[in-house]
Design a protein around this ligand. Sequence first.
Ligand SMILES: [Zn+2]
Length: 176
Amino acid sequence: MKGLREYVIPFIGPKNGLHHFNFEIGAPFFSHFPDSLIRECGLFVDLAFDKKERLFVLNFDISGTISTECDRCGQALDLPIHGNHTLYVKKGEQPEEEDEEEDITWIADGESELDTSEWIYEFIHLSIPVRKLHPDLADGTPGCNPDILARLGHNEDQPKDSDPRWDQLRTIIKDK
Ligand SMILES: [Zn+2]
């Protein structure tokens, strides 16, 4: 994909062993994904790339914040997210009898590089908590603006309905 070259790892050059790749992810990254529900964000991905003879182990450590809206009060929210996802890339033909395991990807022997951008995109979305809320205050009350909550007639036990767009996205990710 154009403009995402920096997320492509050439694996012929580096010798076997552990390598680290660090990526800063912001709005320009997500502009390449029209379906993304994340736009503004400040995220860091530490990719630990363990190169073995016929197997690569990729561990994506994700941290930072995304700009979104609070599910409770609807106001802007810089939501901290953290995620850690491991993926295995095997070289060669995928054995036919082997059940498709979701964390194993196969690449042909002739390949020389891995485009990690789709995985980074997917893993960041998987790292978003189910409920996106302003954190509670020290005394346990919601961290949302109390005036806005009062105006919404907020009731602690009745959270705003989940956003159908997010539900849809989760289904898509789960089915992949
Ligand atoms: Zn809130």
